[in-house]
Design a binder for this molecule. Sequence first.
Ligand SMILES: Nc1ncnc2c1ncn2[C@@H]1O[C@H](COP(=O)(O)OP(=O)(O)OP(=O)(O)O)[C@@H](O)[C@H]1O
Ligand SMILES: [Mg+2]
Length: 565
Amino acid sequence: MRIIRFLFRYAPGVILLTSVISVVTGLSTIWLLKIFNDHLRGVVDGNEDIWRFIGLCTVAAVTSFIARVSIAKLALWSSFDLRLQLGRQWINTPLAELEREGNSKLLAAVTHDVDRLSESMRSLPSLLVDYTVTIAAFFYLGYLSWQLLLLLVLFMLALTLSRELMKSGLQKHLREAHMFAELMLATYNAMNAGIKELKMNMARWNGFYAGELYDVSSKHRDKNYSAELLFGVIHGYSEVAFFLFVGLMIYGAPAFGGITNATMISFMVAFLYVRGNMDRVIESASQFARAGIALDNLEQLGVFKHATSLSVAELHSRTSRDRLATAIANDLNLGERSHASGCNIELHGLRHTYEGIGGDHGFEFGPIDLSIRAGELLFVTGGNGSGKTTFAKLLCGLYAPLSGDVTLNGVRVQDANRTWYAQHFGTVFSDSYLFSKLYGAEDLPQTDQVIRGYLREFRLDDKVQVNDGRFSTVSLSQGQRKRLALITTYVEDRPIYLFDEWAADQDPEFREFFYQRILPELKAKGKTVIVISHDDRYYHVADRIIKLEGGHLAKKIMQIETEPG
Ligand SMILES: Nc1ncnc2c1ncn2[C@@H]1O[C@H](COP(=O)(O)OP(=O)(O)OP(=O)(O)O)[C@@H](O)[C@H]1O
Ligand SMILES: [Mg+2]
């Protein structure tokens, strides 16, 4: 019933309206039953109640239509809203956590849990009809024969209790099935990411396909099957149990005495008429259980943090484009003005840890103390795995340090202002992703012009065109892709630039262009520039070079070479 409480809290108006309307549908259904039975029993003759009959049919049809449509609207709008809220979780989840745990939990929530919740919302009107019909039927059945009703109530209590006992194992299977659904998504993600490597090696593909993918998928199937088996047993038991009750009436009712055949027939007809509704009422518990698990998952992911009670109209306005943009800006604390230029960064005792998994000891970065002056061109060098990229992620605010401080022009960077701080950086990481559109800058009229100029300079103008901030293609070579990524950060015009081995994929000519033209140009504009590089040929361009070794600053900072080697 937690799910019902949640739905009432989430959208009280719609749920209340739907409930009232569904109760009306349910009562009309029972009234229709009474009309049928009255005719069967000969209480009413002829067609004196034909208008009542037509009226009730109309009311039942119209009310069930209204309930269904209004709840469907709520379900669709709230799924839309929930998916948008889940989208926000990607930005709000710390990068370190996403790297550690992957995003399959979020993906499973977007695809699976939202659907489940929406499904349970949609079934609410018919379920409310079932509840109303069942309750009203009890009154009607009691009016027909209180003895038989007593028998029915005892029977239903026994049925519900025994079914609940059988279901205790079900929850465990359902939770496990959900966990394997998440794992399966993660496995398909890995397949997508590693498709080249899999295509190039059939033995690897076989190992992956017949091993990992098969195992996870079969466990997902088996857990669901175990749940279905239990469902099946419970369902079969219920089917027989209802016949048992009919048998009980036929063979046991004479024991009560004074129950006429006509009453028996009326009771039997009424019971069979509402049997489906009663069964769904008892069955609704497991539906609530499934929806409850979906609700738990969504709650754990924090999607309801910003929603307490909503109407469809509120959902409409909440999900409007402008409101959403404002909400995100508030979320990310972008209220403070960024420093346009002259950014001094101080790092004190900066540390970060990657937890080891299995035999791996993990990696300890820092503590590191460092000052980076405004307008400085700083090179960061060091061997593979020495912590350069980790340093870059800590420096630009993608990671929150385990301990230590980062200050920007004297302002200490904390959780509350880390996103604000990150907006000072223009970055190209070695694995940076290239969006086909300049989101956030596409509306600026000068953007296309500026980009076209850079495309010419970076010799991409015959490959890529730009219109309204959208690139004609991003299907480029690795080196070209990096050049386009550089252009996109260049137009962002941030006060600090950070490049993680940008030149590694470039031909000698563009390497030269990067070190001799781009970097000095950025420096001349007063930008603070941090360049992670193995290109010792160009170390002379730097104002200062630092070297990382095993997560620490090397004692001996290299001398700047005066001549290119
Ligand atoms: N997401 C992560 N989770 C766990 N360990 C990580 C993660 N990223 C990096 N590491 C570990 O941290 C260490 C430093 O990695 P980092 O990427 O910072 O090195 P790097 O100096 O940039 O190396 P390269 O020159 O190869 O790019 C490595 O030992 C690596 O295994
Ligand atoms: Mg690296």
